[in-house]
Design a protein around this ligand. Structure first.
Ligand SMILES: *[C@@H]1O[C@H](CO)[C@@H](O)[C@H](O)[C@H]1NC(C)=O
Ligand SMILES: *[C@@H]1O[C@H](CO)[C@@H](O)[C@H](O)[C@H]1NC(C)=O
Ligand SMILES: *[C@@H]1O[C@H](CO)[C@@H](O)[C@H](O)[C@H]1NC(C)=O
Ligand SMILES: *[C@@H]1O[C@H](CO)[C@@H](O)[C@H](O)[C@H]1NC(C)=O
Ligand SMILES: *[C@@H]1O[C@H](CO)[C@@H](O)[C@H](O)[C@H]1NC(C)=O
Ligand SMILES: [Cu+2]
Length: 368
């Protein structure tokens, strides 16, 4: 584990980003004008998981399972371990997390963390719709509702075995077998998920940076020690931050934070809540709840932006390389790279979640 700034030479990445044509925007929430231009007239609406009807929840879960059954579409050699479409997305996250431990790259603890994950979730949402016939929007999970409920985690709606993601795995101490990350104390399980739709899910990549073929089950170890960090006081405090860098620090943690502090910061805590595969920052996408957690982080960011849109739709900052100020600060030109899943685009094009068509924006969704 290295959270030390790396003194390696900074390699510039700001070369012009080609605006290729296949930006993932081709569904019924986009309006094609007579001129051929696309605009965001009717954004799809992302809703909180428990506000979806039971059939809506089941349709979402079925679409995710569909991605775990469709063959990988990664270009030859790019994702050697990926066997299905869900592995493809997991592999993109793994590849784009490389450099985190050494401070030399990646999409975490950097100033474009929120934007890269915004684009990543939107691209996944598009795959659910285009490839698996899903007609809804990506749901989000407001864990503050559960943190306030006082219910044991097993009873949180997200972990429901019949119309949620299923719950814990059996207790195990064999954590190193599945996670490259230090074991998070407080986990109540850690073994293979034993109920719900993902009981038979095979994750073929990870843990950590492993993109070679390594089939394993999805592990969970629900962790009640995360609950204090998930309380709404923490997100309320973040929403009051005056600058982007302060907001981003409230979400991700400060540059000098220690790995064990991740559980006290709500972005980390929302991953650590599930335990198991989800606690491995690099391959955390193995956990299908990843997308609902990150959609909520995105909703919080959007709420913060909407408090002062004139400034916050173009305010960026923070380091380009994790724990490494010598890499300089993020600008609106920062490339967002999703490998084969979507075009590499400059960060400016995802600043507005309804920016489709405006200044090259690519997104068209809303929250309620
Ligand atoms: C989009 O609309 C077409 C025709 O109106 C329909 O066949 C298709 O299923 C819709 N796709 C989605 C993702 O809603
Ligand atoms: C999440 O739920 C809490 C209630 O615990 C609520 O105060 C908060 O506004 C919700 N968050 C969002 C972004 O709606
Ligand atoms: C797990 O890995 C850590 C760090 O690599 C090591 O300190 C620990 O002893 C390992 N635990 C087991 C049970 O192998
Ligand atoms: C998991 O696999 C077993 C054995 O093939 C099967 O009986 C069961 O229905 C499957 N469960 C799910 C949720 O797919
Ligand atoms: C990066 O931003 C910080 C403030 O967040 C500032 O102190 C620092 O000087 C900036 N670095 C560069 C190279 O502009
Ligand atoms: Cu991530």
């Amino acid at each position: 584990m290295r959270f030390l700034p790396l003194l390696a030479a900074f390699i510039g990445l700001t070369a012009a980003v080609p605006l290729a044509e296949n930006v993932p925007r081709d569904n019924n929430n986009t309006q094609v004008e007579s001129s051929g231009a696309k605009t965001c007239r009717k954004p799809i609406v992302r809703k909180e998981w428990r506000t979806l009807s039971i059939p809506e929840r089941k349709r979402y879960l079925a679409a995710v399972l569909c991605l775990t059954k469709k063959p990988s579409k990664a270009p030859s050699g790019a994702a050697p371990g990926a066997r299905h479409r869900y592995d493809d997305f997991n592999t993109v996250h793994i590849i784009m997390s490389d450099g985190f431990l050494t401070g030399s790259g990646g999409v975490h603890m950097v100033g474009f963390f929120l934007h890269w994950h915004r684009y990543f979730v939107a691209t996944y949402e598009q795959a659910l719709r285009d490839e698996c016939g899903y007609t809804g929007a990506q749901p989000y999970w407001n864990w503050s509702l559960d943190a306030a409920s006082g219910l044991p985690m097993e009873q949180w709606p997200i972990y429901n075995p019949d119309y949620g993601f299923g719950g814990n795995g059996p207790y195990t101490t064999d954590h190193n077998a599945t996670v490259s990350w230090p074991y998070q104390a407080g986990q109540t399980g850690g073994g293979c998920v034993s109920d719900g739709p993902f009981v038979n899910m095979t994750v073929n990549v990870g843990p950590g940076l492993q993109i070679g073929y390594n089939p394993h089950c999805l592990h969970r170890g629900l962790n009640p020690d995360t609950i204090p960090a998930l309380k709404k006081e923490n997100t309320d405090a973040a929403l009051l931050k005056g600058s982007f860098v302060e907001f981003d620090t409230a979400v991700q943690g400060a540059q000098d934070m220690k790995p064990e502090d991740g559980i006290t910061i709500f972005h980390g805590a929302g991953h650590y809540a599930q335990g198991g595969d989800s606690t491995d920052f690099i391959s955390s996408t193995s956990e299908p709840i990843f997308w609902l957690h990150h959609a909520y982080i995105d909703y919080l960011y959007w709420q913060w932006q909407q408090k002062n849109p004139e400034v916050r739709l173009s305010e960026v900052g923070g380091v380009r390389l994790p724990f490494n100020p010598s890499g300089g600060n993020v600008t609106l030109d920062q490339p967002l790279n999703l490998k084969w899943e979507a075009d590499t685009i400059p960060l400016s094009r995802v600043m507005d979640i309804q920016g489709l068509g405006k200044d090259g924006g690519v997104l068209c969704y809303d929250y309620e």
